[in-house]
Design a protein around this ligand. Sequence first.
Ligand code: SF4
Ligand SMILES: [Zn+2]
Ligand SMILES: [Zn+2]
Length: 306
Amino acid sequence: MADPECSICGRRACYLRRYSGQRFCAEHFVEYFEAKVKRTMLRYRMLARGERIGVAVSGGKDSLTLLSILSTLAPKLKLELQAILIDEGIAGYRAETVERARRFCSELGVPLLELSFREHTGLSLDEMVELSRRNACTFCGVFRRRLLNAAARKLGCDKLATGHNLDDEVQAILMNYLRGDVERLLRLGVSTVSKKLVPRIKPLMEMPEKEVALYALLSGIPASFEECPYAGDSFRTDVRDCINRLEEKNPGIKFSILRGYQKLLPFLESHEAGALRRCATCGEPSSGERCKACLLIEELSRSASR
Ligand code: SF4
Ligand SMILES: [Zn+2]
Ligand SMILES: [Zn+2]
């Protein structure tokens, strides 16, 4: 059987987009990917001329792909990019990804601010996990969001861009549905739920994870493809496997989940947007009297003093 052909130029295809039936050669895949990310940014009005954009980078394929695409748009839109890296403190994993992020930022000429869990909470993520029975991802998600928002605000960023891809988004949507966590479901929204939070943008939110990986490989982006050692034992992994099985039988179901959520978002916003206030301890945005970060720090210091 002859090699499958690119639907655009007839050359040998390297990728079949199952949900549309289109095949792409390497060149046309890269072209399609960049055009679609730009279309997504336009569609959701993610960027405006002259803005200062904080970009969360980890050294992984998603964040470095995001930084690469934003840096090609920066001169035309007069964007000022500022990369922000959070070192959670995960032994045997983070050091290499941090190094990759540093090198790529310096190659692109994007300034990089580095922060760590240890300097802000007194503990690395590994130490938190040792002290607690909670899942690593709970600490990681809460403190990373907190540090990124505070850094972007201090740096005067108009927006905070993160590398969440379609799979990340759909997993988060379903996880929050399954847990009945409406507040978190709302916070996944495209822009912002409160003036106290720097508006977040997710330019890769419509790109399936395997397309981001292929783009990073084909474009020579020096990203790490390693998975976090804590990833395997999380609830997210079960949800991911379940969605992937559904997608296998029903190509396009990830997009349907995202579209359904977007239709629901205006209803959620009208009921919940006023719910955010300031944490009584640290003053950061919080849905309760005290924020999740302060509650977790208190819980950790109780465990440490036992
Ligand atoms: S998988 Fe690793 S990096 Fe991702 S949230 Fe969990 S601990 Fe953090
Ligand atoms: Zn082609
Ligand atoms: Zn607080």
